[in-house]
Design a protein around this ligand. Structure first.
Ligand code: PLP
Length: 382
């Protein structure tokens, strides 16, 4: 069907079967594993979907529970991530916030200054925990930018070295992609230069990589090309890999050895972590391929919607998983309500511009670009 012909076939009554979704999608009888969301990093399981998958995994003969986050499924996952990230060892941590804190405080030791991006989660969204809990001084760099430049790093290291009281820079932490810059990635070439310089200076490096697994598609660099620049790496388990919560912290064996005592010190040793992370292993291996296919389908969807004339799209420079969608002459809240009834979940529109910050994730593979375009065009038409 050509694009114009296809877009003419609108009307919400016509679109439900295409998604395999009855109009009662929002009700308790909605079919499981069928909704497509445009706001999350993962498929965003509902409680019923999560419980269904958890039952399937936990009743496998070889599934073993952990105890106090040690052993069993937790240990297998740690080994899997250590190998994927090219590091000797890894540790499960119940949240990313704690994983980054444990990594940076140990890397810093007594060298308390830590260079971070002004736009980073660590600087903005961790409640000044670095200062309050571990006596670290965070130095924010690059206001409004995703990149960390060698020039700025050098300027701070040199200024610090000239202080009357010795306060050395112990760690450089780089977040990439950067959530507060719409998931733009930090430039790889600059990261390489910063890493080489830091190593010359004896400064340790932490990769704040909640969404690290999205970088290879957009940067052309493999996971290990990127992680090799850093001493320690954090990856979220609940964003791409659909855990209920959790994070991985990877580094060399000596760094991870005994670190579980610190995890416990900060109240982070869950007596049973397995219900949080049991689904993760099943999502890791296929993730990069699914994400690439999700982007391919998203490009096809954008092309179909552009043919309607009301939909326009904006890309993020150095972008990864985000794009913006605007729909001319349409009440975006009402449109989202209509799409939701058909299992297509949109983000809340920007309160002033009405633009939708759309997120690419593998849930888009539950449908087809054609079916999704039909739902969105019909939802925009009222
Ligand atoms: C970039 C980044 N790092 C860290 C975190 C914190 O992760 P957690 O919620 O697991 O503590 C988030 C959560 O939104 C994030 O976006």
């Amino acid at each position: 069907m050509d694009r114009r012909h296809f877009l003419a076939a609108t009307g919400l009554a016509a679109v439900s079967p295409a998604l395999g979704h009855a109009a009662a999608a929002a009700s308790a009888e909605a079919p499981l594993f069928s909704s497509v969301n445009f706001y999350s990093d993962g498929v965003d399981y509902t409680p019923a979907e999560y419980a269904t998958r958890l039952h399937a995994v936990a009743t496998r003969e070889d599934f073993a529970a952990d105890y106090y986050s040690l052993g069993g499924a937790v240990e297998s996952l740690e080994k899997k991530f250590a190998a994927l990230l090219g590091k000797e060892a890894a540790m499960f941590v119940p949240t990313g916030t704690l994983a980054n804190h444990l990594a940076i405080r140990k890397l810093a030791g007594t060298d308390q200054r830590v260079l971070v991006q002004a736009e980073s989660h660590y600087f903005n969204d961790s409640g000044d925990g670095a200062q309050a809990l571990s006596g670290l001084t965070l130095v924010p760099m690059g206001l409004g930018q995703a990149d960390v430049t060698l020039d700025e790093v050098k300027a701070w290291v040199e200024r610090t070295a000239g202080g009357r009281v010795k306060t050395p820079v112990g760690v450089i932490s780089i977040e990439s992609p950067v959530r507060r810059r719409d998931h733009a990635m930090a430039d790889f070439g600059e990261m390489q230069r910063v890493s080489a310089y830091a190593r010359e200076q004896g400064i340790r490096l932490h990769l704040y990589g909640a969404r690290l697994f999205n970088l290879p598609l957009h940067s052309g660099k493999s996971l290990t090309d990127i992680t090799a620049l850093f001493d320690t790496v954090y990856v979220s388990l609940w964003k791409h890999f659909n855990g209920a919560s959790g994070a991985i912290l990877a580094g060399d064996a000596a760094f991870i050895e005994g670190l579980f005592h610190q995890r416990r010190l900060f109240g982070g040793a869950l007596p049973y972590a397995w219900p949080q992370m049991a689904l993760v292993a099943g999502h890791v291996d296929g993730y990069q391929d699914e994400y690439a296919r999700a982007w391919r389908d998203t490009e096809a969807l954008m092309a179909l919607l552009a043919g309607d004339g009301r939909f326009t799209f904006t890309r993020v420079p150095q972008g990864t998983s985000r794009y913006f969608m605007a729909v001319k002459g349409v009440d975006a809240v009402a449109m989202a309500g209509r799409a939701r009834a058909h299992g297509v979940l949109l983000p809340a529109p920007h309160p002033v511009t009405g633009a939708l910050a759309m997120q690419v994730n593998p849930s888009v593979l539950r449908s087809t670009p054609e079916a999704l375009a039909r739902v969105l065009v019909a939802a925009a038409s009222g």
